[in-house]
Design a binder for this molecule. Structure first.
Ligand code: GAP
Length: 502
C-alpha cells in the first residue's frame, strides 16, 4: 500500500486533503476534514492524558507561533537549522541533497556537510530525477519562515520551527508561578513551520504541521536516577542501537540493562513512550522501535537522541524522539536575553537541563492510518487504535419502525452523556452500515432491535473480528468503555452464535 493510496482514501472519506485545493493546493500544506479532525483531537487528548500524568508538576501551556529573531539566535536555529539543497542546472528543480542520494543509493546520508554530499553526487554521477540534467553543487538553506511584523521592513521574526522554544522563553515565569520544584514539565501542542525543500510522503514531511512536545526541566545532578525507575526496570524496550545497524536487528533490552549505558532519567522516559504506543494505542509490538542516532545524525542541540520509529510501507519512519538537550536552550536564552535562567534550590544555583519528548501529531495520525488500513475481500477497513477512531461507536436501529429509531437516538444520547463520541445511521441495510463504519475505522457498532425495546439487550459488533455479542442496555456504557480500553468483544457480552446481519 503506497502513501498515495492512503492519501486518496483519506481524501475521499474526509480525513484530510490538500489545503487551498480549489486553487491547485500548495505542496506541504494539508487541511483536515471532519473525521481527520476528530482523530487528531483524540490523539492530542490521549497524548496529554498519558504524558501529563507522569508527574504532578507537569502542565500544559500555549505560546505564540511567531517569535522574534533573538529567540532563534539564542536557540541556534538561525545558524544551524539548515538543510542541504541541490538544484538542477537544466530544469531548476530543487531537492534535499541527502534525500536524492538516499533514493538512488538506498542508504542514509543525514548529517553530511554540503561538500561531502557534492562529492558523493559527483562520484556516482547522479543526475536530476526529473530531467536527467546536471546537478549543481550542494548549497545550504535555512528552513525557518521569516515574517514581517507590523511596519518593520526587514524580517525580525520567524514562524517557530518547533513548539519547544515557547516553553524555554517562559521557563522563569512558570518557575515563579508554579511550585519552584524540579522536575517541571511544560507541554505545548501547537503548530510548527518549516520551509521544507522537498515536502514528501503526504503528512510525513509538511511545511505547516502540529507538534506535541513536553519539555522536562530537571536538575542535571539527578540524571542518574528516577524515583519510579523500579516500576519500569524489567520492561523490555525495543531498541535499534547504532551497533545493530549492520545486522539490521531490533534488540529487546530491559530498562535495567540499558541503564548501565544511559542515565536512568532518560531510560525511564523511553519506557513511558513505549508504553504510550504499545499499551495505550496498542500498536503491534513488531512495528515499533527506538533508533539511536549517531553524533552526525543528532539534532544540533542534543546530547542523547533516540528516534521513535514505526514500520510503515516506505520503511522505518521517525514519528518522534526523546532528546536530552542539556542546558543548550536555557543557557542560550540567558546569554542573548541577559536574563538569569538559573534556579536556586537550597542554596545551590544552576541552570536546569531539559529532556524533551517530541512528537509530530500529523505524522502519527498518518502512520496510524497507514498501519491500520486493510483491503479485505468483502470490505475496506481502518483498524485504528480504538481510542483514536473518529467515533467511539455507531448506533443503528435494525429497522426504521416500531419505535427503534427513537430508542436508538435515546441510547446515542445516553452514551454521549457518558462522554463517548457516537454516530447515528439508519439508512441502508445493516450490512452496508457496518461496511461504512469499517471504512472510517469506527471500532464498535451497536444495533437496536426488538430485544432492546423490551428493555433487554443490544448487539455489539467488533470492527476487527466482526464478532457480535449481546449486552444488557443497563451495562452498555461500562462495557463500551472496557472495549475501547482494550477488552476483547467476547469479554464484554454474550457471544451471538451466528451473525444475521453480516
Ligand atoms: N523540538 C524538537 C524537534 O522539533 P524534530 O525531530 O525536528 O524535533 C519532532 O521534530 C517531530 O516533529 C518529528 O519526529 C516529526 O514527527 C515531526 N516533524 C518534524 N518535521 C516535520 C514535517 N516537516 N512534517 C511533519 N512532521 C514533522
Amino acid at each position: 500500500m503506497t502513501a498515495d493510496k492512503i492519501e486518496d482514501v483519506a481524501k475521499r472519506r474526509g480525513f484530510f486533503f490538500p489545503s487551498s485545493e480549489i486553487y491547485g493546493g500548495m505542496s506541504g500544506f494539508y487541511d483536515y476534514g471532519h473525521l481527520g479532525t476528530l482523530m487528531k483531537r483524540k490523539f492530542e487528548s490521549v497524548w496529554k492524558r498519558h504524558f501529563l500524568s507522569l508527574s504532578d508538576n507537569f502542565y500544559e501551556i500555549e505560546t505564540s507561533d511567531i517569535m522574534p529573531e533573538s529567540v532563534f539566535v539564542a536557540s541556534g536555529h538561525l545558524q544551524n537549522f539548515v538543510d542541504p539543497m541541490v538544484k538542477c542546472s537544466r530544469c531548476g528543480n530543487t531537492e534535499r541533497a541527502d534525500h536524492v542520494l538516499e533514493d538512488v543509493l538506498k542508504e542514509s546520508f543525514e548529517g553530511l556537510t554540503a561538500k561531502e554530499l557534492t562529492g558523493i553526487i559527483k562520484k556516482h554521477g547522479i543526475k536530476c530525477e526529473k530531467c536527467k540534467g546536471q546537478l549543481e553543487d550542494v548549497g545550504i538553506l535555512n528552513m525557518m519562515f521569516p515574517v514581517v511584523v507590523g511596519t518593520v521592513k526587514e524580517a525580525k521574526a520567524y514562524l517557530r520551527p518547533e513548539t519547544a522554544q515557547g516553553a524555554y522563553v517562559n521557563f522563569s515565569r512558570a518557575w515563579e508561578h508554579l511550585r519552584r520544584q524540579l522536575p517541571l514539565g511544560l507541554a505545548i501542542i501547537g503548530k510548527a513551520y518549516r520551509n521544507e525543500i522537498s515536502p514528501r510522503n503526504v503528512l510525513v514531511r509538511m511545511r505547516e504541521f502540529t507538534q506535541a512536545e513536553l519539555q522536562i526541566f530537571f536538575d542535571p545532578d539527578t540524571i542518574a536516577v528516577h524515583e519510579d525507575f523500579e516500576a519500569v526496570k524489567d520492561c523490555k524496550l525495543r531498541l535499534f542501537p547504532i551497533g545493530s545497524r549492520k545486522a539490521n536487528n531490533v534488540e529487546e533490552t530491559t530498562c535495567g540493562e540499558l541503564a548501565k549505558k544511559l542515565p536512568k532519567f532518560y531510560v525511564y522516559h523511553l519506557a513511558k513512550i513505549q508504553e504510550f504506543y504499545l499499551d495505550v494505542l496498542k500498536l503491534p509490538r513488531d512495528k515499533f522501535r527506538f533508533k539511536e542516532l549517531s553524533e552526525e545524525e543528532r539534532a544540533f542541540y542534543n546530547k542523547y537522541h533516540w528516534d521513535i520509529q514505526v514500520q510503515m510501507n516506505a520503511g522505518w519512519t521517525e514519528i518522534g524522539g526523546l532528546h536530552y538537550r542539556t542546558d543548550h536552550d536555557l543557557s542560550g536564552h540567558a546569554k542573548v536575553s541577559k536574563k538569569d535562567m538559573s534556579v536556586n534550590i537550597e542554596g545551590r544555583k544552576f541552570v536546569p537541563h531539559v529532556l524533551e519528548i517530541s512528537m509530530g501529531v500529523d505524522r502519527n495520525v498518518f502512520a496510524l492510518l497507514e498501519l491500520g488500513y486493510r483491503q479485505e475481500k468483502e470490505r475496506d477497513v481502518f483498524e485504528l487504535p480504538r481510542l483514536l477512531a473518529p467515533f467511539d461507536a455507531a448506533v443503528f436501529p435494525l429497522v426504521n419502525r416500531d419505535g427503534m429509531q427513537e430508542k436508538a437516538q435515546e441510547i446515542k444520547k445516553t452514551l454521549e452523556k457518558a462522554k463517548f463520541t457516537v454516530f447515528y445511521d439508519d439508512s441502508g441495510s445493516i450490512g452496508r452500515r457496518y461496511r461504512r463504519m469499517d471504512e472510517v475505522g469506527v471500532p464498535l457498532c451497536i444495533t437496536i432491535d426488538s430485544e432492546t425495546l423490551g428493555g433487554g439487550t443490544v448487539t455489539l459488533r467488533d470492527r476487527d473480528s466482526m464478532k457480535q455479542v449481546h449486552v444488557a442496555v443497563s451495562e452498555l456504557a461500562e462495557q463500551v468503555d472496557m472495549f475501547l480500553h482494550g477488552a476483547r468483544v467476547e469479554d464484554v457480552g454474550e457471544v451471538v452464535k451466528k451473525s444475521k446481519a453480516e
